[in-house]
Design a protein around this ligand. Structure first.
Ligand code: NDP
Length: 242
């Protein structure tokens, strides 16, 4: 049985990915930080449906917690074949309001968190016959988003990280790719008013916002045998927005 570790899987895109991987026969490690009840409920649902899911708590910005989390995965599953670096936070506000602590939190979670988990999980991924790393970036990592400078910088960093690591790990048979979602209906966007959402839909050729499952589908595909010759790529999941 292949195992997947999904960071930030208690809610939103990560939770949808957990359901998809479980339905496709993966053992799923559901990482969470604050939303313990949601992570436990998700694992309960998957296990009740005949799947295999374990909740694993760690703040991705805490190296020691991440190291412990990887040990727990090793203990329960015997390895990690797929790592989905999905955990993320956003800060929407003017650059002048991006105080040092906000900058540190966003870069720490969205970029350093990707480094922390990938670094700790690398020995497991290298032992897999078909290791896969999927990083969740954003359209703003490609084009830059006004009033989201820290977030855009972190997500652009994730793209550079992906391309470089793909070159390095290719000879080991590990592919490394990114998805770059557009506007997806999750808690992260709960603060946007209806008019802003309508404006985004107007600028989206597929005339709707995305769902967490839209992104989960692309992530799962990147882990399939059909995507075996795809690495170092940034796959837009944005309804054509870019
Ligand atoms: P949500 O806010 O719905 O969920 C965020 C998830 O990240 C939660 O499970 C949360 O866990 C987890 N998380 C946050 N901080 C940490 C941390 N320090 N350590 C571990 N887990 C953490 O967001 P989405 O599902 O929308 O976002 C998922 C990813 O997709 C993010 O990387 C985001 O930047 C990216 N994205 C989202 C877009 C969107 O429009 N929604 C667009 C483009 C990219 P917990 O609650 O347990 O703390």
């Amino acid at each position: 049985m292949r195992s997947v570790l999904i960071t930030g899987a208690s809610r939103g895109i990560g939770a949808a990915a957990a359901e998809r991987f479980a339905a496709n026969g993966y053992r799923v490690f559901v990482n969470y930080n604050r939303s313990e009840e949601k992570a436990l409920a998700l694992c309960g649902r998957i296990n009740a449906g005949g799947g295999s899911a374990y909740p694993v708590r760690a703040d991705v910005n805490d190296r020691e917690a991440v190291r412990r989390m990887i040990s727990v995965c090793r203990y329960h599953g015997g390895g990690i074949d797929v790592l989905v670096n999905n955990a993320g936070i956003d800060f929407y506000g003017a650059f002048g309001a991006t105080e040092p602590q906000i900058w540190d939190d966003v870069i720490g979670t969205d970029l350093t968190g990707v480094y922390n988990v990938t670094y700790a999980a690398l020995p497991e991924l290298l032992q897999s016959e078909r290791g896969r790393i999927i990083n969740v970036s954003s359209v703003w990592g490609v084009s830059g988003g006004s009033c989201e400078v820290a977030y855009s910088a972190a997500k652009a960093g994730v793209i550079g990280f992906t391309k470089a690591l793909a070159k390095e790990l290719g000879p080991d048979g590990v592919t490394v790719n990114c998805v770059a979602p557009g506007y997806i209906d999750t808690d992260m966007n709960a603060g946007f008013d209806r008019q802003t959402v309508e404006d985004i839909i107007d600028r989206t050729p597929l005339c709707r916002t995305g769902t967490a499952d839209d992104v989960a589908g692309a992530i799962l595909w990147l882990c399939s045998e059909s995507a075996g010759f795809v690495t170092g790529q940034v796959i837009g999941v944005d309804g054509g927005f870019m």
